[in-house]
Design a protein around this ligand. Sequence first.
Ligand code: SF4
Length: 362
Amino acid sequence: MEKVKKKPLFELEEKTPSIYSYQLEELKNWLITNGEKGFRAEQIFEWLYEKRGSSFDEMTNLSKALREKLTDAFQITTLKTIIKQTSSDGTIKFLFELQDGYSIETVLMRHDYGCSVCVTTQVGCRIGCTFCASTLGGLKRHLKAGEIVAQVVQVQKALDETEERVSSVVIMGIGEPFDNYKQMLAFLRIINHDKGLNIGARHITVSTSGIIPKIYQFADEKMQINFAVSLHAPNNDLRTQLMPINRAYQLPELIKAIKYYTETTGRRVSIEYGLFGKVNDQVEHAEELAELLKGIHCHVNLIPVNYVPERNYVRTPRNQIFLFEKTLKRHGINVTIRREQGHDIDAACGQLRAKERKDETR
Ligand code: SF4
C-alpha cells in the first residue's frame, strides 16, 4: 500500500497555552465556564498589559483560588533574549528564543512620532522572496497569537525603564502574516483593545507579499488598520523573478484585490517597492509602475535595498532613487523614500537570525 505522506502542521504543541493568546471575550468565557465572574477578565488584562505582571501570584485583587486556577491553566509567555543589538540611531534588534528553542527577531524603531515595534509572525517563511534572509531554511512553524503579543510586551517592558511607550506596531518581521491569518487577526484584536495594549488601529500596519484570497478576507474585516502590499516590480515577469509567490498569485489579480480593498474599506494602501540596482530601479520601471497604479488610492514607499550577498543584488545609487521618485511624482503618484534605520546592525529582516542560528536557516 502506498504510504500517505503527512503534511507538516507547522503548529506549536502547547502543554499550557499562553494567556496572551486570549482576547478579552475569550478570557471572560473561560472564567465563566470555570465558575468565576466575567469581569475578572478586565482585571487580568490590566495586570498583563498595564502593569505588565509576569506571574499570576502578583494579581493580588484576584482570589487565591482564581490565581491557582490561572497558574494551572495558562502561562504568561516570556521570550528569552539571546541577542540585543543597539544601533547608533536608537533602533534595537532583539533575537528572542521561543519555548521550543526556535528563534525570532523583533525590532524597536524610534521615530520623531514615537516608538514602533516590528513583529515576527512565523518562524521562517515559505514565500521565498529572492532578496530576503527570512526565507532561508523555509517555514518552521506559525507563531501563536500569544507569542506575537509577547514580543510587543517584552519590548514595552524594555521601554518602561526609560518611560517610553510603544505607540505603533508593524507586522513586517519574519514571516508572511496572511499565511498565519487566524493568529495574526487575534494578535491585532488583542493589541488594539483598549483593555489590551491599546494601540490605535491607525497605528498598526500589516504587510503582505500578496496572498490574494486573504486580501479579500482582510478587506471584509473592515478594520481601520493600515495595509501594505510588497509589490517590488511593475510587471508580472519581473515580479515572478523577485517573488516566486507571483506564480500562484499573479500581478493583474493582485491589483484587482488591492482595488477591492481600497473600495471596500475606503482606505489607502501602501505599496512597498524595494529598489534593487539595475533590476527594477530604472525610469522605465517607474513609468510602468505609475501606469499600473493609476487611479488606485495608494502611496508608494520606496525602500533602497542594501547589498544582498546571496543574490548579488546591489544598492541603487542616490541620484537614481531620486529620479525614480521624481518620475512617480510627475505621474501624480504619492511617494516617499523610506528612511534607513539600524544601518550599523543586522537590521534587514532575518539577517540576525540567519547569522546566529545557522541550524534553523539552512
Ligand atoms: S519578504 Fe516577507 S514574505 Fe518575502 S520571504 Fe521575506 S518574510 Fe517572507
